[in-house]
Design a protein around this ligand. Structure first.
Ligand SMILES: Cc1cc2nc3c(=O)[nH]c(=O)nc-3n(C[C@H](O)[C@H](O)[C@H](O)COP(=O)(O)OP(=O)(O)OC[C@H]3O[C@@H](n4cnc5c(N)ncnc54)[C@H](O)[C@@H]3O)c2cc1C
Length: 390
């Protein structure tokens, strides 16, 4: 089995790395820029980096050329995701590139493809995904937000929850119920929602990591032009299920984990006392390293399958599940190793890694919930992978 990347893939990796290093501040790796005081700096950097990537057509590189991509391979897309995640670089195009663009490509009409796809690939728009609701997360088909046709418009009312990046987005991809009398999976449609529409109010949700990236979005008789319906009315659930399938390999979890393990290993080498006082940490770090290597192999298999024309199914759930739980284990090992100092959050001059380990520890809690909980992933693996009854 040949695990090497091809020379052209390695060259792409090197060029990408060079671009990112040139854009990121030199002390980036020790800063904690997702925190509130630096959020604006991170946003500005995200805009610069995504524009630079877009100039090279790398932002949506796997898309067909006519939509602003390079028709790049799945493996090149994986390298892109891996490198940005390893450096914790912002500006990867977010849900616009990872799921909304592919959904419009698959389900939108020609006018929508021509309008939205080049703008996503060119980093002109910032998107958010408005799916979950207070009573509908894992069971997305239970959403209650209503869209009622009124002439050339739909009138939409309801509440969306846990919307990542809603405050920065100018466009949203919205799931709403268009037929309340149909079985729940068959009465949902998807829309493009301009986020400056009248009737939208937002309530930022303070996270345990100290930021307000997640938002509750209220829609009060918001009018959406009927032409913003994406795909076939009442087929939205099936369309969404397919578009969520695009974010597949979860390589970012392993790349971010690798960065954190390397930080801990380097610290242990610099401060011999750490391992002397806590010898069990040698074993813990070795275990996390092995798990991280295993994880990379799980993740690499996904684009390899896609290259062979095989659609990953439960395999993507294996990677999502293992990667998100490993993220938590690595952060946990880090906190154990750093002891009380690990509790210092960003802003404290004495915080190891600028408070980055505390931030990872707190942020990693959400990783086993976002984009499908661990229980949901285990259900998929049990049923589709092992063939167990429901
Ligand atoms: C960091 C983060 C970012 C997010 N970003 C977005 C976003 O941008 N847009 C968006 O729309 N949503 C977003 N979400 C919401 C996310 O998709 C939901 O939180 C997730 O799908 C779980 O839904 P829920 O919170 O309603 O929990 P529930 O579905 O109510 O689950 C509660 C518990 O029950 C378990 N459970 C549910 N069903 C089953 C089952 N069938 N079998 C076994 N156990 C089950 C779950 O695993 C969980 O432990 C985000 C969430 C997080 C944490």
């Amino acid at each position: 089995m040949d695990f090497d990347f091809s020379p052209s893939e390695e060259q792409f990796r090197a060029e990408l790395r060079q671009l990112l290093h040139a854009q990121l501040p030199s002390d980036w790796s020790t800063r904690s820029l997702a925190q509130a005081p630096d959020a604006e700096e991170r946003r500005a950097l995200a805009r610069t980096i995504s524009k630079q990537l877009a100039d090279r057509k790398w932002l949506a590189m796997a898309w067909p050329k006519e939509h602003g991509g390079l028709a790049a391979s799945y493996l090149e897309q994986l390298i892109f995701n891996e490198e940005l995640a390893y450096l914790d670089a912002p500006g990867n195009g977010g849900v616009g590139v990872s799921s909304v663009g592919p959904a419009i490509m698959m389900n939108g009409n020609e006018a929508q493809r021509r309008l939205y796809l080049p703008r996503i690939a060119n980093a002109d728009d910032v998107w958010c995904a408005l799916y979950s609701e207070p009573g509908a997360g894992s069971d997305l088909a239970s959403i209650q937000t209503r869209a009622v046709r009124d002439g050339d418009e739909y009138i939409v009312s309801g509440t969306k929850l846990w919307v990542a990046g809603a405050q920065e987005a100018n466009l949203g991809y919205l799931a709403a119920r268009t037929d309340p009398n149909a079985p729940k999976h068959r009465g949902i449609s998807t829309f493009v929602l301009p986020m400056d529409s009248a009737g939208i109010t937002m309530r930022p949700i303070a996270s345990m990591a100290g930021d307000s990236y997640l938002t509750e979005v209220h829609l009060d008789r918001v009018r959406i032009p009927a032409e913003n319906l994406v795909g076939v009315e009442n087929r939205g659930w099936y369309q969404l299920a397919r578009s969520l399938d695009f974010e597949r390999s979860s390589v970012a979890a392993y790349a971010g984990g690798k960065r954190n393990i390397e930080r801990l290993v380097n610290l242990a080498k610099e401060d011999g006392g750490l391992i002397e006082q806590h010898p069990s940490m040698r074993y813990a770090l070795a275990d996390r390293w092995i798990e991280m290597e295993v994880g990379f192999n799980i993740a690499y298999r996904i684009p390899w399958m896609q290259t062979q024309g095989i659609s990953p199914n439960y395999e993507a759930s294996v990677s999502k599940l293992y990667g998100s739980e490993l993220t938590q284990r690595i952060a946990g090992t880090g906190m154990q190793m750093l002891g009380y100092a690990g509790l210092l959050v960003p802003g404290s001059p004495l915080a190891p890694f600028g408070g980055g380990m505390a931030r990872s520890y707190l942020e990693s809690v959400g990783s086993t919930i976002a984009a499908g909980t661990s229980e949901v992933q285990r259900n998929i693996i049990a049923q589709r992978g092992l063939g167990l009854p429901r």
